[in-house]
Ligand binder design. Structure first.
Ligand SMILES: [Zn+2]
Length: 661
């Protein structure tokens, strides 16, 4: 019989109570965040002070701890981030979960042995993306939640990187790492962990209002045997904002399913739904069955079911320690602690003869039995001692503490990283580039621009077009058609490529395009920009989330100087139920009647654009030290020409807009 693959059960914990819930449920590993650098900043989270305690507790129970450092990091935050990483390293963290490409390279450089997992925020959705992240030093990659079974299987069978997949919990409407909705609406950046969840609000298209961005929670509990056949290494449960009862309840069901090697039965699914759901669960992405049945909101019914379910979390029993100590005259004092196959031995000074009152066995037992402040309790104790010896009580206590910490830590040498920003080698020539969503809207005279990009699947031979843009998401089974398009464009003499994802770089290189990195890489800092240049990009479009002041470090790189920035990229069409997919374009209105243009793109994904464009024509001098990128979406051909005219002549806008401030 072939060895049955046993995946890791990875549970969330937003605070100490849910951490205990996760351990009690039988988690193999937990992930948790600190008070900063963390994508769930609204959870209670942990601090540098109590995270060591959390790690010790988990390690005592044989549970691994992964700490999330999974937000985009500003340049000025890097020294503090490295300090945090250093503290986590010595505290014995098992891995850090990172989303910022620059930070991955930096941590790899400063902490060669620290295990790094690439967050789902890295938008890894194809084999090339996973391979690139592995090459950067990530041992594990969390793959995009939108992948179907075949695509997960393809990735897993072709990589040696560990693959972690979400199996249960909330879905994001936007592909992770590609959502600026919360930022655009109220300045609370999802990429910085501040998501205000605008996807849970109602919107309307053609006056038809619905919760078109609110997905049901996912549950792959009915598909665990398929995931196990694929060989997915880690099953991740979402929910760092959820209660300890939720973490325990969901975790213990998955523990049982993994241990029994089976899928959930109806009763178990009902319990999972009662613990938390939004009108039931969806497995639409996994099955590739993508339709409006995937949508759902938290109903009154759901809330009643949750309040009716009683979850008793069993009290966590402390692991029992076996203590053996030797105090033999003329030899070094020795203390050994043992539990569940692990042991730690520590030594103290040579044991001396007592001058006054000798130490009794009971005195020694008393000192060596105190495990109150540790995650352990005393099991058996065995003392071997000579008569008439003297050992100070303070020595005994110190010896016990040393042994406990040795038992829990990895004996890691402290690392004190010093951040030296590297040059980012931006090109000297400033570039003006423009992306046209609709190639038919390209004005006749586009001599203002050096590069004109259109989506590669919309590309037709046209003397104005000299660049192709790759769609934001390309699954492995879609490469064959994309590569044909790339080849055609290359044969037509197209020179430039606008690249959107870490999983596209190698293919584009293969065709020899001069490549520019789109803002979709979320470039926030110098290590990220440097990394992208090292990969061969001649120019990087910086994240539109950066302020003018934050951009100062990146002179010579590109900024979005004009246009509606995509605020969401969705795998499910939001237009199907309103305007229909023949047209697959329309305006989504929010509750204050702001209009977001949405359109179906390659492979019928949608891009939703911001309601107002970035506009800097009259403030162009403020961004004169950067290359400029323009995004044309729903403008008419004449309006596009008008924008070019306005930027040439520094003309003020009469419509609503946003600035780079
Ligand atoms: Zn559609």
């Amino acid at each position: 019989m072939k060895n049955k693959h046993i995946p890791e059960l990875l549970c969330p914990s937003g605070d100490m109570a849910s951490l205990l819930g996760a351990i009690s449920a039988g988690a193999d590993a937990v992930y948790l965040g600190l008070d900063i650098f963390n994508a769930r900043i609204r959870a209670d989270n942990f601090t540098l002070d109590n995270v060591s305690e959390a790690i010790s507790l988990c390690h005592a129970h044989g549970v691994k701890v992964f700490v999330t450092l999974n937000i985009a990091i500003y340049e000025k935050e890097i020294p503090l981030l490295l300090e945090y990483a250093s503290r986590l390293w010595t505290a014995g963290v098992d891995a850090v979960i990172v989303s910022d490409l620059g930070i991955i390279t930096l941590l790899r450089e400063h902490f060669p042995e620290l295990e790094i997992h690439a967050s789902t925020q890295c938008t890894a959705h194809n084999l090339d993306g996973v391979s690139m992240l592995q090459k950067m030093g990530c041992k594990r990659v969390v793959v995009a939640r939108e992948l179907d079974k075949k695509n997960i299987s393809y990735i897993k069978s072709n990589t040696s990187a560990e693959i972690e997949a979400f199996v249960h919990g909330a879905h994001c409407m936007s592909v992770s790492g590609q959502c600026l909705m919360s930022y655009a609406l109220g300045g609370r950046s999802g990429n910085r962990g501040e998501c205000a969840q605008p996807c849970r609000l109602p919107y309307s298209i053609n006056k038809k209002q619905s919760y078109m961005l609110s997905l049901k929670d996912m549950s792959l509990a009915p598909h665990l045997s398929e995931l196990s056949d694929i060989g997915v290494d880690s099953y991740k449960i979402e929910g760092r904002m959820k209660s300890d009862a939720y973490v325990y309840g969901v975790g213990s069901i998955y523990r049982r399913l993994i241990d029994n090697g089976r899928n959930a039965e109806k009763g178990e699914l009902r319990t999972l739904e009662a613990l938390f759901s939004r009108q039931g669960f969806t497995d639409g992405y996994f099955k590739g069955a993508i339709d409006s049945s995937m949508l759902g909101v938290r109903s009154e019914d759901d809330k009643v079911r949750t309040s009716n379910i009683a979850t008793d979390i069993p009290e966590l029993k402390k692991p029992q320690i076996t203590v053996s100590a030797r105090f033999v005259l003329g030899e070094k004092a020795t203390l050994t602690l043992r539990y569940s196959g692990k042991s730690a031995t520590v030594y103290a000074d040579i044991v001396e003869e007592a001058k006054n009152a000798p130490m009794s066995k009971e005195d020694i037992i008393k000192s060596l039995s105190k495990f109150g402040q540790t995650p352990f309790e005393l099991g058996a104790i065995e003392i071997e001692k000579s008569d008439n010896i003297m050992v100070r009580v303070s020595k005994l206590n110190a010896l016990r503490r040393e042994a406990v910490s040795k038992l829990l830590s990895y004996g890691r040498e402290p690392i004190d990283p010093i951040y030296k920003p590297k040059s980012i080698c931006a090109s000297k020539d400033k570039i003006r580039s423009a992306f046209f969503l609709d190639p038919d809207k390209i004005p006749d005279d586009v001599s203002y621009f050096d590069r004109i990009y259109v989506y590669v699947d919309r590309y037709k031979r046209d003397k104005r077009i000299n660049g192709i843009a790759l769609p934001p998401v390309i699954f492995d089974n879609e490469w064959t058609s994309i590569e044909k398009m790339l080849e055609k464009a290359k044969n037509d003499g197209i020179k430039y490529a606008l690249v959107s994802n870490i999983g596209q770089i190698e293919r584009v290189k293969k065709y020899g395009f001069i490549s520019q990195a789109n803002f979709r890489f979320n470039a926030f800092n110098r290590p990220c920009v440097r990394f992208l240049h090292d990969l061969g990009f001649d120019s990087v479009i910086m994240s539109p989330e950066l302020s003018l002041r934050q951009l100062e470090d990146f002179k010579g790189e590109s900024v979005v100087a004009y246009g509606k920035i995509p605020v969401m990229t969705t795998h499910k069409c939001i237009l199907k139920d309103s305007v229909g997919c023949d047209k697959c374009k329309g305006y989504m209105k929010d509750r204050v009647d702001a209009e977001f243009y949405a359109e179906g793109i390659f492979s019928h994904r949608n891009v939703i654009f911001n309601s107002v464009p970035v506009y800097m024509a009259d403030k162009i001098d403020e961004i004169s030290s950067f290359s400029h990128h323009f995004i044309f979406t729903d403008e008419s051909k004449d309006e596009c020409a008008g924008i070019i005219y306005a930027y040439k002549n520094k003309i003020k806008s009469l419509k609503g807009f946003r600035r780079i401030k």
